[in-house]
Write a protein that binds this ligand. Structure first.
Ligand SMILES: O=c1[nH]c(=O)n([C@H]2C[C@H](O)[C@@H](COP(=O)(O)O)O2)cc1CO
Ligand SMILES: [Zn+2]
Length: 168
């Protein structure tokens, strides 16, 4: 076998790593329409919280509705906890001051309040598909006025492949 003496070139950047963790977490979501994941990293690039969208602890995934349309109480919206909320609540760190949060989807106004109040200073998001909604407009107003940073994730690769069985 030929010995490799220089470092590997195609390793993940920190941004790619944390976004990949967010996207992997999203795969735990039972939402049939939109799976969102979030990953909080601190100043030392340590992961301090992860989450995905789902119903609250103890609320059965098969009994509450997953519908998007219909009467409010027949939809998922009053029940589902957003990924960002779960990532903040799941954190074991004493506080999230100066952390970054990586999310698949631009945070709604309710999650934005949680993000700002938790001390997180930067949001890195993948999709802004609800940019035209009042919720996201309100988010941006709060972020701009509070000085909380946000930027879209810059992808250098279109995909990050995880192989469960690798030939190494
Ligand atoms: O910031 C967010 N974080 C988050 O976890 N979600 C969740 C709530 C829902 O389960 C799903 C959105 O559903 P839909 O795209 O079908 O409206 O994504 C939604 C947003 C933005 O609205
Ligand atoms: Zn939200």
């Amino acid at each position: 076998m030929i010995q490799k003496t220089t470092k590997r070139k195609n390793y993940l950047s920190w941004d790619e790593y944390f976004m990949a963790v967010a996207l992997l977490s999203a795969q735990r979501s039972k939402d049939p329409s939109t799976q969102v994941g979030a990953c909080v990293a601190n100043e030392n690039n340590k992961i301090v919280g992860v989450g995905y969208n789902g119903f609250p602890w103890g609320c059965p995934d098969d009994e509450l509705p997953w519908a998007r349309e219909g009467k409010y109480l027949d939809t998922k919206y009053p029940f589902v906890c957003h990924a960002e909320l779960n990532a903040v609540l799941n954190s074991t760190a004493p506080n999230l001051n100066d952390c970054r949060i990586y999310v698949g989807l631009f945070p709604c106004n309710e999650c934005t309040k949680v993000i700002i109040q938790s001390g997180i200073r930067e949001i890195i998001y993948l999709s802004d598909k609800y940019a035209d909604s009042d919720s996201v407009r309100a988010s941006k107003l709060m972020l701009d006025t509070s000085g909380t940073l946000y930027r879209q994730f810059e992808a250098h690769n279109k995909e990050i492949i995880l192989k469960l069985f690798n030939d190494c």
